[in-house]
Design a protein around this ligand. Sequence first.
Ligand SMILES: O=P(O)(O)OC[C@H]1O[C@@H](O)[C@H](O)[C@@H](O)[C@@H]1O
Length: 250
Amino acid sequence: MLGLPDEVTACLFDLDGVLTRTAAVHAAAWKRMFDAYLKERSERTGEPFRPFDLRNDYATYVDGKPRADGTRSFLASRGIELPAGAPDDPPDAETVAGLGNRKNALVLALIEQDGVEVFEGSVAFVRAARAAGLKTAVVSSSANTAQVLRVTGIEDLFDARVDGVVAAERKLPGKPAPDTFLEGARELGVPAARAAVFEDALAGVEAGRAGAFGYVVGVNRVDAEHAAALAAHGADRVVDDLSELTGDAG
Ligand SMILES: O=P(O)(O)OC[C@H]1O[C@@H](O)[C@H](O)[C@@H](O)[C@@H]1O
């Protein structure tokens, strides 16, 4: 009925791009922050300015990973290495934390300005899963997860939450490592083999595969190329919307 293998008794949902329409918000904020930084750097050093590519740089280096890992990973792709800095570095500090704080201020401003929308097909799927007796958790790298769940009013649909704040407290390595999803399954009291992972990011489906979860659903919100990449990185099935799983696609 849910389009999942029979042995699956729990569902672990990524947030941004799976439950809520916030992946594009993050991508836009990353681009604005990195382009401003790269431009300023190129004026200073004389290196050519090559902007952040919203599609490829985001999917390859940033999407799905914790904020600092995404920052470091993209900068490394451009041969740039910055000091880690401190969590409360100001947004103009030339550190990994400073650039991350600059990007987070942009995300919060965009959320404040435009609000957050859910994917209705996903919310209907979560409700159907719970009605069928499955346990549900949100497993996201985002430190803004609690706030996004609150403003969209869907926080009560989940039995557990493992987000960027929880992962930092418990010292769990972020996606593509499987640890945050494994922690989500542990909180729901099920072994990984009985849990399904729902992910739109390449780092996320990789985490699903690395954790040997019972089923990995790739949720494609981009294009056919991204759908193929989700399958190549570990998705057992790729859908454009979770309603495809229940056969409710309208
Ligand atoms: O900066 P935040 O809100 O802690 O989120 C970290 C990451 O969380 C992930 O869910 C997003 O896919 C990334 O784009 C984002 O950068």
